[in-house]
Design a protein around this ligand. Structure first.
Ligand code: ZN
Length: 136
């Protein structure tokens, strides 16, 4: 008898098993799922890497939490405008803030980027030192 189905992993034809069976063997099924898992893992790693780099660049450019910079300057630093974590609604009349974790920005049509983020500049004493000072 001729095979009536084709294994989606190796392409071999097969006849045995349930009508909805997709693989010729357990080996092909496992290989298929392992490859899909690895592909997804690599994709997530790449996206996470891009987001981490974008966040790092935003923190470096905008330590005070509010500034504006030319779009080209960010691209030169390696910023990738295609990757954000979310859009934040700030106000009714404002466009959504494009965010990378706690750092956000608006794109200006004239090539400026208005940065809005959490202040990351280290100013004064660290919190632990300040608390210790209060106790003494
Ligand atoms: Zn197979």
């Amino acid at each position: 008898m001729l095979p009536d189905r084709q294994c989606i992993q190796c392409g071999e034809g097969f006849r045995h098993g349930r009508a909805d069976k997709k693989f010729c063997s357990a080996f092909c099924r496992t290989t298929f799922h392992n490859q899909r898992y690895r592909r997804n893992q690599l994709l997530r790693q790449r996206v996470n890497q891009l987001l981490r780099r974008n966040h790092q660049i935003l923190q470096e450019i905008n330590p005070e939490g509010r500034t504006r910079v030319r779009r080209e300057v960010m691209i030169q630093r390696g910023f990738n405008f295609a990757y954000i974590t979310h859009l934040a609604t700030v106000g009714k009349d404002k466009p959504p803030l494009r965010c990378c974790y706690d750092q956000g920005y608006y794109l200006d049509p004239n090539g400026w980027v208005e940065l809005r983020g959490r202040k990351t500049a280290v100013t004064g004493e660290c919190k632990d030192h300040a608390l210790a000072a209060l106790k003494t």
